[in-house]
Design a protein. Structure first.
Length: 406
């Protein structure tokens, strides 16, 4: 039998596809939608590098650098050799500092043993998804809402059960909505207060009612409190005041201004902490040790004074941008009470928020986020403005919008 030679030319011109090209990604990856704001930020950065003047209103990131005392604490930790692993649940000193924070800020007794430090709030949600959710189960969550929440659930073969919400409920879940949408596969509910993208805040009474409705059905209650510290017109109570069994997710990124340090925490019932530590050991080993030492400086009085001053600047920006957008023709039926976002109805101008945002960026140098990033309910006619840039730059943005849309 003659030996057949492999033809040389086809091998050069048409290399064999890789294993990944042949098999493709796992089904869960195909189900996870892109985080559109990251694509916008990437394109905005490219345009700015080419010399274009871009007003950045897309990122959910404070424009202020991390406060100087925090940076200095991080430098000191590095100089002292704090470059080794910490405990999987975090530095004891930081857990203790957070326990004091809950006492000072909310009057709540939250022992350090219930606090787990995580690599950002994203790490906290990953841990809770793995801890609480079985394949096929779901968590009720508001639509619109932060998109990565449902994608973390998909990663553990669970899913986000999106509940359409509107201005009549301030874009929040209610006990009535829980009752209407609860299914046999529903494992609980995920709330956010203050919420992204709407800035709405749940009162203590609302949190208590939602806690009771969830507990009545034997479900878990998870609450995203990432934007605590950035409340403007009303109090921002912690759910722990009415439900000590709730799971709370928080972060050093927003009020504390440590986005790039990737540091967050969660509060859990004491009985759940050993299992969370086991997961953290396997998933993360530990968090950034020098970042944790830096975060200790967040609780110093001088640092808190700085952060509170920044909150007032955010308030000033909101109070300028909100009426300006309404004058141009955007509808904002609910004044944001916290965070640093305005979720605006742009139906007067578009039914395709993604194309609308792309055009504003490419032609007018305005970077904002399409509603499609936050769910499906009327997403094509909504956009999110992030007032994480200076008042002067917001004035430029309003001037450009008025010329284009006015």
């Amino acid at each position: 039998m003659a030996l057949v030679e492999w033809p040389a030319k086809p091998f050069k011109d048409a290399p064999m596809p890789s294993v990944f090209e042949r098999r493709g990604s796992a089904a869960r990856v195909r189900d996870i939608e892109p985080f559109r704001v990251v694509e916008i930020l990437t394109r905005a950065t490219e345009l700015a590098a080419s010399g274009r003047d871009i007003v950045h209103m897309a990122a959910g990131e404070p424009d202020f650098a991390t406060a100087a005392p925090v940076v200095e604490a991080g430098r000191a930790a590095l100089a002292a050799g704090a470059t080794h692993y910490s405990q999987p649940a975090g530095l004891p000193a930081l857990r203790e500092a957070l326990a004091r924070y809950y006492q000072d800020e909310y009057g709540l007794d939250v022992p350090p043993s219930r606090i787990v430090i995580t690599p950002g709030a994203s790490g906290a949600l990953l841990l809770l998804s793995a801890l609480l959710m079985n394949p096929g189960e779901s968590l009720l969550m508001s639509d619109p809402g932060y998109p990565c929440n449902r994608h973390f659930l998909r990663l553990v073969e669970a899913r986000g059960q999106l509940v359409p919400t509107g201005p009549e409920a301030r874009y929040q879940l209610t006990p009535q909505l829980l009752a209407e949408h609860w299914q046999p596969h529903t494992a609980g509910a995920l709330l956010a207060s203050p919420a992204n993208p709407t800035g709405s805040v749940l009162s203590l009474e609302e949190l208590a009612a939602l806690s009771a409705a969830t507990r009545e059905r034997g479900g878990y209650l998870l609450v995203d409190e990432l934007y605590h510290g950035l409340g403007y017109d009303v109090a921002t109570p912690s759910v722990l005041a009415v439900d000590p069994d709730a799971f709370v997710i928080n972060s050093f990124s927003k009020y504390f201004g440590m986005t790039g340090w990737r540091l967050g925490w969660l509060v859990a019932p004491e009985v759940a902490v050993p299992e969370l530590e086991k997961l953290a050991q396997n998933l993360f080993i530990s968090m950034s040790t020098m970042g944790q030492y830096a975060a200790l400086a967040c609780f110093e009085p001088a640092t808190r004074a700085m952060l509170d001053e920044r909150r007032e600047l955010f308030r000033q920006r909101r109070d300028f941008l909100l009426p300006a957008l309404k004058n141009i023709g955007f509808e904002v039926p609910c004044t944001p009470q916290g965070a640093f976002y305005i979720y605006a109805n742009a139906a007067r101008f578009t039914r395709d928020s993604q194309a609308f945002c792309r055009q504003l960026l490419e032609e007018h140098g305005l970077a904002l986020t399409p509603g499609l990033d936050f769910g499906h309910h009327r997403a094509g006619e909504h956009v999110r403005f992030s007032y994480t840039t200076s008042l002067e730059r917001l004035e430029v943005a309003v001037e450009r919008l008025a010329k284009v849309l006015g």
